[in-house]
Design a protein around this ligand. Sequence first.
Ligand SMILES: O=c1[nH]cnc2c1ncn2[C@@H]1O[C@H](CO)[C@@H](O)[C@H]1O
Length: 339
Amino acid sequence: MDLTSFIAGLPKAELHVHHVGSASPRIVAELASRHEGSPVPSDPAALADYFAFKDFKHFIDIYLTVVDLIRDDEDVRMLTYEVARELARQQVRYAELTITPFSHVKRGIPAPAFCAAIEDARAGAAADFGIELRWCFDIPGEAGLPAAEETLRIALEERPDGLVSFGLGGPEIGVPRPQFKPYFDKARAAGLHSVPHAGETTGPATIWDALRDLGAERIGHGIAAVGDPQLMAYLAEHQIPLEISPTSNVRTRAVANIAEHPLPQIVAAGVPFSINSDDPPMFGTTLEEEYAVAAHLLELDAAGVAGLAKAAVTQSFLPTTTQQKLLSEIDDYTEKWPA
Ligand SMILES: O=c1[nH]cnc2c1ncn2[C@@H]1O[C@H](CO)[C@@H](O)[C@H]1O
């Protein structure tokens, strides 16, 4: 069984993947060529070296230098459309893309123009690539409550058609989750799903906070949960999924190496999860590669790998009818695959 080929053709969904974090070397080079004076190399080999991170804080610092490259709504439109092209190339039929409007509005792109650009790209991607994109607007945690205020304002006042969820990214250390409760309360009251990062670089307490104070329906990463048996039991009992990005955790040094990734313990505890790429070019990976990593860690066969894709579909915020269509497509593909 050639699992790599099986994975390549398998219809997928991705729930935890960042907009700017998905800018490929080609797109970064294009943006760097448009805007002089950036520290971000435009040469792909130099860029690969640039995306080597000493620790999580260093990763965020580098991430923000790529955010600086996005200067106008045309950059936003091009980036979003090209991210969709790369997802569709990997047979991703549906993706919830995490976008940080605060960071771009702060750099001078008006919120209406920003939202029009991502919506244009979403329509173009659906028409040209057959991929359905939805948005998670996340608060960059390092920018604190002003960023929470502005992110909520943009989410509720602009309310682009693709917006389905509200998140919290950036560093966790020094950024306690409870302070964001008022913003998540308002976002949830407005019908947005709550999907904060938690337990990526800090312990189980951050995940408890995300559940209790932010009403988290899914947890970004959440790998620290394995340190708290009660939390693992709670996540399993309430079927609260963890959005797992294995290579991300190694490249940001959240996990020492892939062999020590806690994914097998998450499976053993019956905690639902999806497999994601997080910031694929920055971590030198792709969603396909993350499926292969998970297949290796969990010793999966084709049916098991198809199960990874089906889990992402059922944990998504797609309407059930659309989920059913995608699940059938995955089953048809798997059945047709020679044993
Ligand atoms: O793995 C991650 N963890 C937390 N934040 C991340 C990650 N990848 C990208 N971001 C992004 O980092 C920015 C910080 O301002 C935010 O935009 C967040 O979405």
